[in-house]
Design a protein around this ligand. Structure first.
Ligand code: FES
Length: 133
């Protein structure tokens, strides 16, 4: 089963929707992950799920997501490419607090579990830090 099918099945299980219904209703947007060494991986992530969920299911290295998106670990930390910063929703208060525990936090830091995919984010570029711990 490919990762897209995996995500569809996971969404089916979570939402109780039929697989074909889900695939027809949801659109996908491309996200580019640039690794610490400069190499990049691109995956498509369904609208409505978090970048972290898509990254984990898409096998992106360096997104640990130890808490599974419960906003309690900061191991889904990414640096948003400068060109995309203003297009994201602002950092929430809880996210901002937790980012203090992220390794290498800077002004481009976000928790990828708090970035929800929308069609407007197609082409998003994120830099994965060297370490999450
Ligand atoms: S996955 Fe734990 S804070 Fe994002």
């Amino acid at each position: 089963m490919g990762w897209r099918a995996c995500i569809s099945k996971w969404k089916d299980d979570r939402d109780g929707m039929a697989g074909t219904e889900f695939v027809e209703r949801n659109r996908m947007a491309k996200v580019n992950f640039v690794g610490p060494g400069g190499g990049s991986q691109s995956i498509e992530i369904d609208d409505g799920i978090s970048v972290m969920e898509g990254a984990v299911m898409g096998g992106i290295d360096g997104i640990d997501a130890d808490c599974g998106g419960q906003l309690s670990c900061a191991t889904c930390h990414v640096h948003v490419d400068s060109a995309w910063l203003s297009r994201l929703a602002p950092v929430g208060g809880d996210e901002d607090d937790l980012l203090d525990y992220a390794v290498g936090r800077d002004e481009r830091s976000r928790l990828s579990c708090q970035i929800i995919m929308t069609p407007e984010l197609d082409g998003l570029v994120l830099h994965v830090p060297e370490t999450q711990h």
